[in-house]
Design a protein around this ligand. Structure first.
Ligand code: AMP
Ligand code: ZN
Length: 467
C-alpha cells in the first residue's frame, strides 16, 4: 500500500519496520466537550486506514490516546487547560467531565462503525511514563526549568521544524507575542513538558508529584510517552488532523528523537479538516454539529460515514445538510439493493466470466485503496459491482468483503420494521382511494409522512418505507 507521508511530502510504500506487525498510533480526542462532525471525519478516516491495512493482510497494532489533562486552549502553551476550563463551565469535577465526554466519544464512534483501537490509553494513567521521559531529556541537557514550567529547548534539537518545513527562526517569528506567557522562556518556540502548580496554574485540580514539583504534564509529551510505551521507539504510521502538523507533531518528534536518538515515526499521515457551509466550525457560529444533530435531521450515522468516504482524506471537506441528506438517500438505495439481493437467496451457479468479473472488481477496489486510500474510487467500484449484471450470492459475498473496509454495515442491514399504526393508516388510505375520496386519502398520506414513513402505490396495493 502507498500513503502520502507529510514528512517527505511524497507517496510512499508502507513497509513495517518489523515484519509481522504494523505499529499505528492515532492522536485521540481531548475530552472536554462534545464530539463534533469534524472529529468524526478524522476518526472515520483513521478507521478506514486501519481497516484497509488489515484488509491488505497487515497485522496492525493500533493505539490511541485520550487527552484528559494538559491540552491548553492554545497549542502553544498559552491559556487555560481545556479540561479544567470545561469543568468550571459545566459544574462537573474534572474527572466527571472527562469520563462523560469519553463515553460520548466512544458512543459516537460505535454508531459510525469505528473499530476500537487495540489499546486506548488515558494521559492521566500514564503520568509516570511522561515523568520518566522528561527525566531522560533532562539528563541529556535538552530541558531547562523556570518558576513556571520545565521546557524543551528547541535550539538543542537540530531537526526542529522538519515536519512542517519551517526553519526555526521563521517559526520563532511566527509565534504570536501574546503566546509567550513565561518571561523566562528562552525561545518563543520552546514548549512545556511539565507545568508547575504555580502562577496561572496555582489552583489546577489535576496534579501529580514530580522531580520538578507538583504539577501536570504538557500535551505533547503525553503522546510521545504513550506511543513509545506501547509501540516502541520507532512507529510505522502516526496520524492526526492537519492542525497537528506545525506544533503538536513537530514537538512529538523533537521530544521522542532527542530522547531515543532514533527516528520516531516512519510515515506521518494527516487528515484534512471539515468545514461547515464553507466556514470553520465554532459554537458561536452555531455550526458545531454533533451526532445527535445529525440524527435529529433524520440522517442515519452510517450515511454520514458514507459522506466522509466520498471525499479523499487529504482534501478539505465542506459539510452541508443538503450533502448529508444526499448521502442518506444514497445509503437508503444501497440498502434497498442489498435487501433485494438477499431475497434472491438461491446460490445460482456462476459462469466463469461472471466469476472473473467479480475478481476484476475486487482487484480495482484493492488498487484504489492501495493508491493512497482513494475511498471515493473504492465507493465507485462498489457501486459498479452493485449495478453490474452479476447475480447470485457471490456478488453479495463480495460486497460484504468490501464492507470490511468501508464499514457501512451491509451485513447488518435489515428491512425497516413498519409499526402497526402506520400499516393501519396505509390501509385506511387505500380504502379512501378505492372510494375515490382522494382528498381524505391525501391527508392520511401526509400524516404517514409526518410520522416518518412513505407510502407508495403499487397497482391497487401499496408499499411502505421509512423516510
Ligand atoms: P481535539 O479533540 O481537538 O484534540 O481533536 C481530535 C482530532 O480531531 C484531531 O486529530 C483534530 O485534528 C481533529 N479535528 C478537530 N477539528 C476538526 C475538523 N474541523 N475537521 C477534521 N478534523 C478535526
Ligand atoms: Zn498527539
Amino acid at each position: 500500500m502507498q500513503l502520502y507521508n507529510t514528512l517527505t511530502r511524497a507517496v510512499e510504500k508502507v513497509v513495517p519496520l518489523k515484519p509481522g506487525v504494523l505499529t499505528f498510533y492515532t492522536c485521540g480526542p481531548t475530552v472536554y466537550d462534545q464530539t463534533h462532525i469534524g472529529h468524526m471525519r478524522t476518526f472515520v478516516g483513521n478507521d478506514v486506514l486501519r481497516r484497509t491495512l488489515e484488509y491488505l493482510r497487515h497485522n496492525v497494532k493500533h493505539v490511541m490516546n485520550i487527552t484528559d489533562v494538559g491540552h491548553l486552549t492554545s497549542d502553544e502553551d498559552a491559556g487555560e487547560d481545556k479540561v479544567e476550563k470545561g469543568a468550571i463551565k459545566s459544574g462537573k469535577t474534572v474527572w466527571e467531565l472527562t469520563s462523560f465526554y469519553t463515553d460520548i466519544f466512544f458512543n459516537t464512534m460505535k454508531q459510525l462503525n469505528v473499530l476500537e483501537p487495540a489499546v486506548v490509553c488515558k494521559a492521566t494513567d500514564h503520568v509516570q511514563d511522561m515523568i520518566d521521559l522528561i527525566k531522560i531529556l533532562e539528563e541529556k541537557g535538552i530541558t531547562y526549568v523556570t518558576e513556571e514550567a520545565v521546557y524543551f529547548d528547541v535550539t538543542k534539537f537540530s531537526d526542529y521544524g522538519r515536519l512542517s518545513r519551517q526553519d526555526l527562526l521563521e517559526k520563532q517569528k511566527g509565534v504570536r507575542p501574546e503566546v509567550v506567557v513565561d518571561p523566562n522562556k528562552k525561545n518563543p518556540a520552546d514548549f512545556a513538558l511539565w507545568f508547575k502548580r504555580q502562577g496561572r496554574f496555582a489552583n489546577h485540580t489535576m496534579h501529580w508529584d514530580s522531580p520538578w514539583g507538583d504539577g501536570f504534564p504538557g500535551w505533547h509529551i503525553e503522546c510521545s510517552a504513550m506511543s513509545m510505551k506501547y509501540l516502541g521507539p520507532t512507529i510505522d504510521i502516526h496520524t492526526g488532523g492537519v492542525d497537528h502538523i506545525p506544533v503538536h507533531h513537530e514537538n512529538e518528534i523533537a521530544q521522542s528523537e532527542a530522547a531515543t536518538g532514533k527516528q520516531f515515526v516512519r510515515l506521518w499521515l494527516h487528515h484534512n479538516h471539515l468545514h461547515v457551509d464553507g466556514e470553520k466550525m465554532s459554537k458561536s457560529k452555531e455550526n458545531f454539529y454533533t451526532l445527535e444533530d445529525v440524527v435529529a435531521h433524520g440522517i442515519d450515522p452510517k450515511s454520514l460515514r458514507l459522506l466522509f468516504l466520498q471525499t479523499h482524506y487529504r482534501q478539505p471537506m465542506n459539510f452541508t445538510w443538503n450533502a448529508a441528506k444526499g448521502a442518506h438517500e444514497t445509503y437508503k438505495r444501497l440498502k434497498e439493493y442489498i435487501l433485494a439481493f438477499r431475497k434472491q437467496n438461491s446460490r445460482t451457479m456462476m459462469t466463469e466470466d461472471k466469476l472473473s468479473m467479480i475478481d476484476h472488481y475486487q482487484l480495482k477496489f484493492r488498487l484504489a485503496l492501495e493508491n493512497d486510500l482513494q475511498t471515493p474510487q473504492a465507493l465507485a467500484i462498489m457501486w459498479d459491482l452493485v449495478k453490474s449484471n452479476v447475480t447470485s450470492e457471490d456478488k453479495l459475498d463480495q460486497l460484504y468483503e468490501f464492507d470490511r473496509v468501508l464499514g457501512l454495515g451491509l451485513r447488518e442491514m435489515t428491512a425497516d420494521v413498519i409499526p402497526d399504526e402506520i400499516k393501519a393508516l396505509a390501509k385506511q388510505r387505500q380504502q379512501k382511494r378505492a372510494q375515490k375520496e382522494y382528498e381524505a386519502a391525501d391527508v392520511i398520506r401526509q400524516d404517514i409522512e409526518h410520522k416518518g414513513y412513505i407510502v407508495e402505490d403499487v397497482g391497487s396495493s401499496f408499499k411502505l418505507k421509512k423516510k
